[in-house]
Write a protein that binds this ligand. Structure first.
Ligand code: AKG
Ligand code: FE2
Length: 270
């Protein structure tokens, strides 16, 4: 892992030239305090309400996207990966209407821009916890772009916006990314690493440490992974939400949408 003391910004009423050029150079940008502590606890409550319902109803897929379940440190069954969560709770839906997301659209470097609430996987929530019965402790190397290739589409511009709900220090694992890889060739995008199965640390990766309420934005073409925590149990908990910012033709999913190929395969990745 590379030491990289990158700047953590605050989002004002518009992006500053420094924030834009940092993103263009490195392929990601990190903002502190996007959501207040009260906002974070409301989001967590909403997430738990959705979880209670999905566990009770054993919801397997939402709009064709598999929902991942596992067990928490206390043995209770939990949702570890949600998709389209904002369609299932008003608080989460309202959160995505926050006008401040629009301030990020210029980073797309393309016409238009919208929050993909009903497209791709919608609002994803990842709940990692490192226990023996957890089904989600890490995520192998990938970029978020080839989902388009798997779906038979050209790679469109995409930002993946993360909202971090827990404190995350490198001991808790967390997001690792290789700065600047958003500028690679198409071959690099497809073949640099083995998608999702490779969990090996990269000499050029950096770790993102986050606090509850932080917002991160990464380019869909940037290589990243989620490292496993070196600690175990409830202390290792890391919850983070992602929503795509995209442009182009509106392509909402619905309950009849097929399960994308790569997601069938992701099921076997723990
Ligand atoms: O959990 C994270 O921080 C990243 C997750 C991720 O890369 C993804 O869901 O595509
Ligand atoms: Fe990702």
């Amino acid at each position: 892992m590379r030491e990289f003391n990158y700047p953590i910004f605050t989002l004002g009423d518009k992006l500053t030239p420094e924030q834009i050029s940092f993103f263009e150079e490195y392929g990601f940008v990190h903002f502190r305090n996007f959501v207040s502590p009260e906002g974070v606890s409301q989001i967590i409550k909403a997430m738990e309400a959705v979880q209670e319902k999905w566990v009770a109803e054993n919801v397997e897929k939402v709009n064709g996207v598999p929902i991942k379940y596992g067990f928490d440190a206390d043995g209770s069954k939990i949702v570890q990966r949600y998709a389209f969560a904002s369609q299932h709770h008003p608080i989460l839906h309202e959160f995505l209407l926050d006008k401040r997301f629009e301030l990020l659209f210029p980073l797309l470097k393309a016409e238009g821009g919208r929050v993909g609430e009903n497209e791709k996987d919608g609002l994803v929530i990842n709940h990692y916890v490192n226990t023996d019965k957890s089904e989600f402790t890490q995520m192998g190397w990938h970029t978020d772009a080839p989902r388009d290739i798997f779906l038979g589409k050209k790679i469109g511009p995409m930002l993946n916006v993360g909202v971090h709900l827990d404190t995350c220090t490198p001991e808790k694992g967390g997001l690792r990314l290789i700065p600047c890889t958003h500028k690679q060739s198409l071959l690099g995008l497809i073949f640099r690493k083995k998608y999702f199965v490779d969990n090996t640390p990269d000499p050029n990766e950096i770790a993102l440490s986050s606090q509850p309420g932080d917002l991160t934005v990464h380019d869909g073409r940037l290589w990243h992974r989620v490292a496993q925590a070196s600690i175990k149990g409830a202390e290792s908990r890391r919850r983070v939400m992602y929503v795509p910012i995209i442009n182009g033709e509106y392509a909402p999913k619905n309950e009849k949408s097929p399960t994308p190929f790569y997601q069938r395969f992701m099921k076997i990745v723990k």
